[in-house]
Design a protein around this ligand. Sequence first.
Ligand code: UGA
Length: 439
Amino acid sequence: MYKIAVAGTGYVGLVAGVCFAEVGHQVTCVDIDEDKVNLMKSGVSPIYEADLQELMQKNYAAGRIDYTTDYQSAYKDADAIFIGVGTPEQPDGSANLSYIATVARQIAESVEKDCLVVVKSTVPVGTNDKVEQFIQDFLVHDVKVEVASNPEFLAQGSAVHDTLYAERVIIGTESEWAEDILMGLYEPFHLPVVAVNRRSAEMIKYASNDFLALKISYMNDIANLCELVGADIQDVAKGMSYDERIGSKFLNAGIGYGGSCFPKDTKALENLAKQNGYELKTVKAAIDVNNGQKTKLYKKASKRLITFNGLKVAVLGLTFKPGTDDLREAASLENVPLLLEQGADIYAYDPVGAENFAKVHPAGENGKGHITYVSNVEEALEGANVCFIFTEWGEVKAVLPEAYKTLMRTPLVYDGRNIYSVDEMKAAGVEYHSIGRAP
Ligand code: UGA
């Protein structure tokens, strides 16, 4: 078993740390935020993620995981140091690598024995080479430090499961020594491992995410055409899915992809191409389609209603997808301000995301409009003139078509997630607009 340090306790770092502890390694998670460290020590997860808190408590009690702000003591005798800090988008779309650089410098100043530094954060191709050079330049002790790439493929909402039962582990190394350590670290997981060089590993991460983003944008593009020519996107997707070369996943048309990964990683790869004098036309198209998709239903509803001024608007779902409290790049963040600007009286429901949303749009008067956060779907729908569905939470999917008819003042529903059957909504007397399907 190995002694591991993990830099950064966001989705990537914390989940990796907990899962390495779960398979028996000795893990220390490092974060600069003292309050967060104390919270984690007390057994509370700073993020909402299935099974995470239970595994944190179990492995902390077993002495396999600890949390600290003292990076020096965590790094000095680690066999491997994983970097899982953020690489946020910069105004030009490129990835901001300043957090990685800070950690690299701290590692260089702290390590006192040979150690493998593993970059888990999503970084542009070539970054690992630079990180290695950077560490060498600042290294204080006479020890061997190499850098390896080990991109993360977990999805929010199923992060622990995706890590423990990953479909593949990608390791990018430049030496047998580094490859052996990574193989050893992942050995107890019993997962398929693809060993490549560092630059290929870095590219696999972007190519995979951007391919999935492309798949979604392609389906959204086809959905928009379906509406114009009288086809049904769900039937189309079903018909396509039987072809194993296409597959059945990620064919759901909707109000565009959000989250911290696809929007950022598509722009970062497009940017990398540009820097290398190449235009990545397919990815650019995926970004364009996604930008138009997010406010598609708002635009449709605007035509139907002329104005939202003074209307009671039910908003169901605020997060970028179910199973998370994350709002990054969520469609709600684009649509709610447009509705408020029009003077809408919004009643918003989200089982876990409302608190975060209220930090951006506090309850009460909001510009020309007003927003109230409610604790159940019924309260949101009661007396509403129009309803928008932005996230397919189980609690939203459980609402029967008849409920819209009986609870709303006007049963007018704009569903960005195609939750309902068009026929059932029609039979229940609901005016139902969705994506890629005739009303
Ligand atoms: C995504 C990838 O799925 C992970 O493999 C990857 O590791 C992760 O990014 C990352 O790079 O960290 P995540 O952003 O958590 O994971 O969420 P997804 O489940 O992929 O959903 C992203 C967005 O696409 C959501 O807004 C979702 O609603 C949308 N989506 C997904 C669709 O609109 N249609 C679909 O068919 C699938």
